[in-house]
Design a binder for this molecule. Structure first.
Ligand code: ZN
Length: 283
């Protein structure tokens, strides 16, 4: 089977993006895998530090391996990892990729911690991809009243800083701040800075990852993919869909979890199919 790196290259050739969906449990995994399998596209399962601690690091690794063993192109990413130690844990558990997130730290500190994870991964798990982040976009996949503090047009990543960061750290994937925000802003999302994405994509040698794409329109996300984005992250909208489905399931007299939870799976799956069609230009 192709590696995640090979699928990212494939996405580059086809000018599409691979969908990255966060999960907190096996229902989420089921929804994402079923959606991707139905469309016949590769997919990345994302688990943040908190999602990992709920699921168990070794447990999620085994669950995703079971899908891989069926020959499905399902990959596992240790999403937003704020410490070198937790990143090393993901490397030791042979995840397909890890995101060392030092975006809130000063530039130099971010470079140093990212570099350390890259070196560790190269040594312990060759082929595993390391993603670095530059430019703060807020933390947490939640509903927000306003844009998180510390995020503005001025704090967006410049092509110049991106080049320095990628060169210094040797990351495999790069996540910039380009108008994207973690979570969903109730009054509407700010626009993605498509021009900036183009500039950065042209300037750096590694594929770009778009975080916090919940709430951005399909048109904007498509433009971001045309500008050079190869992985798109969705979490908040997925959480909303899951909750909506479960609420419907719980409102019946049904006692069997595999029946009332199935409503949550169905809602999530519907959303993942919609998103994957946009990311893979299947509409
Ligand atoms: Zn993110």
């Amino acid at each position: 089977m192709k590696t995640l790196k090979e699928y990212i290259d494939w996405a580059g050739e086809k000018n599409v993006a691979i969908g990255h969906f966060n999960i907190s449990d096996s229902e989420g995994l089921k929804a994402v895998v079923e959606a991707a399998t139905e469309l016949g596209v590769p997919v990345i399962i994302g688990v943040s530090e908190k999602e990992r601690s709920f699921l168990g690091v070794a447990e999620i690794r085994v669950l995703v391996q079971a899908e891989k063993d069926k020959g499905l192109p399902v990959f596992l990413n240790a999403d937003h990892t704020y410490s070198v130690e937790a990143s090393k844990e993901a490397v030791d558990n042979t995840f397909d990729s890890v995101i060392i997130d030092g975006a809130e730290k000063p530039f130099f500190e971010n470079v140093m911690m990212t570099k350390e994870v890259v070196q560790y991964a190269r040594e312990k798990s060759p082929g595993m991809l390391v993603e670095g982040e530059l430019g703060f976009i807020g933390t947490g996949s939640m509903l927000r009243d306003e844009i998180p503090e510390g995020v503005s047009e001025e704090t967006q990543t410049t092509a110049e800083d991106a080049v320095t960061f990628v060169k210094e750290t040797c990351v495999d994937l790069f996540a910039p701040s380009v108008g994207n925000i973690h979570g969903l802003i109730k009054s509407g999302e700010p626009k993605l800075n498509i021009e900036r994405i183009k500039e950065i994509a042209k300037a750096v040698s590694v594929p770009l990852v778009l975080h916090g794409a919940s709430g951005n329109t399909d048109e904007e996300v498509s433009a971001a993919i045309d500008a050079g984005v190869r992985i798109v992250h969705i979490n908040t909208e997925l959480r909303q869909a899951y909750k909506k489905g479960i609420e419907r399931g719980m409102s019946s007299d049904e006692l069997a979890p595999y029946k009332f939870m199935a409503e949550g799976v169905a809602e999530m799956k519907k959303l993942v199919i919609q998103k994957l069609k946009v990311f893979n230009k299947m509409n």
